[in-house]
Ligand binder design. Structure first.
Ligand code: SAH
Ligand code: SF4
Ligand code: F3S
Length: 555
């Protein structure tokens, strides 16, 4: 690049808009001095961004009065999460980074200076959700062009969704994927540079990329070189408003020790593994989350120790298929170590999500039954009760094996609460197949079932199956399934009405502010009239009434 040409253009831009200074905190030198090892590199950018945001917040207090008083308007950030527990945990990491940079976390995405959407793409309606929310932000972005909108998560691992965003939602500022979530500080730094007419420098740690905005880099460099003609400057300005994009194809890396901010002070999700190798024929998760990677037991135990020191009472070990944990020991081994660790440090409850029935070993059941802190709750996704459909789903178990696993769990822990996931209308599902599913529901009698209508995901094997089930048939089966399951839940929950059991109180009820919502050890919700000071504590509650999906009770 011809450095004098760039200087001329930038000098001109600076004169044009003095508030849009190429600030000394965003220079090429500062970028070049970033460490190349992680997490040091991201911590470096967090530090630089903190200085930059502080400077911006100061400049943002526009009235002279404010300036004199030295008052700072604190910048705000909202993180909107779609999807599963894994995404919820990732959002806590984003919030942790944003807080360290100096943003105040808010729920109000319309008013926030920074909004992150952490997306899910497991079913079509998850995608529609995002586009709805994004559309509703258009006006507030128009009113405040400096508002930053960033999108990450599973949906961004699909190249056609990125293209759609670029065309239909050009007001999105940052796009990144599941594999490089940890580079978020760096990407935000790049965005501020780009807004001030620097060329994109997308660092990919040598990884194969799905999409980046590096094309913009070449164009920007060219434009900067051509000097400062008016149409040229207009193009530079336009290019500087385009999004910073960095989405990787996969990554073997697990980057530890970045900030994170707990949503609840008393409970925390702990990732034990990432990704999935199972390729169930309907499911997009393995494509967007990549292959399985397990965290080291030392890292997991250390994170739990720190959480306990911080007052956490409940942890949930997270993974798409926790039973295939392979961090030098298996999941049962890890669970045993976690249980022993929790003995002296104040963590009372250990949960885990999700287990695949094909990998549910007797060893795990035994470990669970003998553990002191592992909750008597098991989420065991059935998907279908028909062995024929299970085979087409590539689930590697049949109806008999599933029933055997469920029976084994109940025999080892009679007070266990079982829950499941079911897909209705998988391609080729006949009435007989569906009746098999109802049959398993009636036999296992789950305390709760998350039921989904099959959603065709492009790129998965099942999307190309020819025998898709007609919508009206699916709808009818779905309604019948709910009817059966609701009746079972109603009868099941009666078993505990009148009992006096420990409840961990979590929050003020969404529906009635005089009630505090908590969870039994088995995961079932309880609403109790109580003072908000009980939140975060475990108290004994008498369960007075069964409302099918929850109880009401009294302290
Ligand atoms: N790893 C977990 C769950 C991942 S997705 C497991 O194996 O259980 C959560 C649930 O979404 C799945 O259990 C399944 O019931 C549902 N699901 C996944 N893909 C789907 C699709 N294409 N259509 C409808 N439901 C789906
Ligand atoms: Fe999807 Fe199957 Fe993996 Fe679960 S186990 S995430 S359903 S592919
Ligand atoms: Fe959705 Fe991704 Fe979880 S697709 S269900 S957020 S792993």
């Amino acid at each position: 690049m011809d450095p004098s040409g760039q200087t001329a253009a930038i000098k001109y831009l600076k004169e044009q808009n003095s508030t849009n200074m190429f600030h000394e905190l965003l220079t090429d030198e500062i970028l070049a001095a970033a460490p190349v090892t992680e997490p040091e590199r991201q911590h470096y950018f967090i530090g630089k961004l903190r200085d930059y945001i502080q400077m911006q917040a100061g400049a943002g207090s526009d009235s002279a009065e404010h300036m004199q008083a030295g008052a700072h308007r604190s910048l705000t950030a909202a993180v909107v999460t779609f999807g599963c527990q894994m995404n919820a945990r990732d959002s806590e990491k984003l919030e942790g980074i944003l807080s360290e940079i100096g943003y105040t976390i808010t729920q109000d995405e319309q008013a926030a200076d920074f909004v992150a959407f952490n997306t899910c793409t497991v079913r079509e309606n998850a995608n529609e959700h995002l586009y709805g929310r994004l559309g509703r932000l258009k006006q507030s972005k128009k009113a405040d062009p400096d508002k930053i909108i960033s999108i990450c998560g599973c949906m961004m691992q699909e190249a056609d969704e990125i293209e759609k965003l670029k065309v239909k939602y050009p007001y999105v500022d940052i796009i990144f994927g599941t594999h490089n979530l940890y580079t978020f500080p760096e990407l935000l730094f790049m965005l501020f540079r780009k807004r001030q007419h620097a060329a994109d420098e997308i660092y990919t740690a040598g990884k194969e990329v799905l999409r980046t905005s590096s094309d913009d880099r070449e164009r920007m460099e060219k434009l900067l070189r051509y000097g400062s003609g008016p149409s040229n400057l207009k193009d530079i300005e336009k290019l500087s408003r385009r999004p910073v994009i960095s989405v990787w194809k996969d990554s073997g890396d697990i980057v530890e020790k970045l900030p994170s901010r707990r949503k609840y002070s008393f409970k925390q999700g702990i990732n034990i593994m990432f990704g999935c190798n199972n390729f169930c024929s309907y499911c997009i998760v393995p494509y967007v989350r990549g292959r399985e990677k397990s965290r080291k037991p030392e890292e997991i135990l250390e994170e739990i120790r720190l959480a306990a020191a911080d007052g956490v009472k409940e942890i949930m070990l997270l993974g798409q298929n926790v039973n295939s944990y392979a961090g030098g020991l298996n999941f049962a081994g890890l669970l045993k170590q976690v249980d022993e660790l929790c003995d002296g440090i104040g963590i009372e409850r250990i949960r885990f999500m999700t287990s695949h029935p094909k990998d549910l070993s007797d060893e795990l059941i035994e470990t669970m039954a003998n553990a002191r802190h592992v909750c008597r709750q098991f989420h065991l996704p059935l998907q279908s009760g028909s062995s024929r459909i299970l085979q087409r789903m590539n689930r590697h178990y049949d109806k008999a094996r599933f029933l055997d696993r469920a029976a084994r769990l109940k025999a080892a822990m009679p007070d266990i609460s079982l829950s499941t996931d079911i897909i209705v209308g998988f391609p080729g599902e006949t009435e007989e197949d569906f009746l098999e599913t109802l049959d398993v529901l009636k036999e296992v009698r789950f305390d709760s079932a998350y039921t989904f209508i099959y959603s065709k995901r492009e790129g998965t094997p099942a999307a190309s199956y020819e025998d898709q089930v007609p919508e009206d048939v699916v709808k009818d089966r779905f309604d019948r399934l709910l009817e059966v399951q609701n009746r079972i839940v109603d009868e099941n929950l009666d078993r505990l009405t009148g009992a006096c059991l420990p409840v961990l109180f979590e929050e003020i009820s969404e529906y009635d502010k005089d009630l505090i919502t908590g969870k039994l050890e088995n995961g079932i919700t309880v609403h109790v009239p109580a003072d908000p000071s009980v939140i975060g504590t475990i108290r004994k509650v008498r369960l007075t009434e069964n409302h099918r999906f929850y109880y009401t009770g009294e302290l």
